[in-house]
Design a protein around this ligand. Structure first.
Ligand SMILES: O=c1ccn([C@@H]2O[C@H](COP(=O)(O)O)[C@@H](O)[C@H]2O)c(=O)[nH]1
Length: 285
């Protein structure tokens, strides 16, 4: 009999004991140039594997941005598979930033690709959209739960264009972002009952004011819901503001940085990660 999988939320909470910093693996073409790598699949692979090597032992979380690998089609996916394999071997928790989302029957395909143990694209958690309805994620949620995986569902994205859609008020008087948040947090009910972090999280940009998106969560309904927070560095958010931006959710928050550390180049990335780890620890002490 195989042991039940350890829930992603529990593994994430354990990762936070080391650091809540997550290193993005975003091989922008300009970064490949700056790293002295070619804009091809070999360049992507070298870039990704170098980031994994620098992250291992310094942080517990990495977030490959799938778009940059997908840009090179099958060769890019092959490169991504090798980066993911290195990350798994290094014991890193991997958040695949692929932002998948469709009707339920199609979402099941995404769940098979990204959340099934043994898949070449296996990650620990996947970013997804719920603009087809949180219910359309139920198959992926079942797949994730069975395998000890997680999801991060877009709620209040960090980009300036997000507000008109995500702050829109629905028929029930709630914002779209809050409806999504409530729908997702229901899947963390078991964890909430035992005071644990759940496996089903939200993407909330650090550049946003939670109150504008109806996510200030006065009732504590999101207390067991993990948050993936991009937006630091190049997009303008600051670590010092983590407590004021995220309030009671600060302790659930994955602090994601990509370009601000990747810009240090292959020789400097290790020490750049160490400085960011220290800065995040100080801001959240
Ligand atoms: O709301 C969102 C959701 C995802 N992202 C992604 O995070 C990183 C941010 O990169 P930086 O270089 O640290 O700005 C990138 O992969 C985005 O696609 C986001 O920024 N905002």
């Amino acid at each position: 009999m195989t042991a039940p999988a350890i829930p992603f939320g529990s593994r994430l909470a354990e990762a936070f004991d080391r650091s809540r910093l997550c290193i993005g693996i975003d091989p922008h073409p300009y970064l490949l140039d700056a790293w002295g790598l070619d804009r091809d699949a070999r360049g992507l692979e070298r870039f990704g594997r170098t980031v994994v090597e620098a992250a291992a032992g310094r942080v517990r979380l990495v977030k490959p941005q799938v778009a940059f690998f997908e840009a090179l089609a099958s060769a890019g996916f092959a490169a991504l598979e090798r980066v993911l394999s290195d990350a798994r071997d290094a014991g890193l928790l991997v958040i695949g930033d692929a932002k998948r989302g469709d009707i339920g029957s199609t979402n099941d395909g995404y769940g098979s690709a990204w959340l099934t143990p043994g898949s070449p694209l296996e990650v620990d958690a996947l970013t997804v959209t719920a603009y087809t309805g949180v219910g359309a994620l139920s198959g992926m949620i079942d797949t994730a739960r069975a395998a000890g995986k997680g999801l991060f569902v877009l709620a209040a994205t960090s980009n300036p264009e997000s507000a008109p859609v995500q702050t829109a008020v629905t028929g029930s008087g709630d914002t779209v972002a809050h409806r999504i948040a409530l729908g997702v947090s229901e899947h963390n009910a078991d964890a909430a009952r035992s005071g644990r972090l759940g496996s089903f999280g939200l993407v909330i940009g650090a550049t946003k004011r939670l109150v504008d998106y109806g996510l200030d969560s006065a009732g504590g309904e999101l207390d067991s819901t993990p948050v993936l927070a991009p937006g630091y560095g190049v997009q303008g958010a600051r670590f010092d503001d983590i407590p004021s931006v995220f309030g009671r959710l600060a302790g659930n928050t994955v602090v994601s940085v990509s370009r601000s550390v990747l810009g240090a180049g292959p020789a400097g990335i290790g020490s750049a990660i160490e400085s960011e780890v220290a800065a995040v620890a100080e801001a959240t002490a």
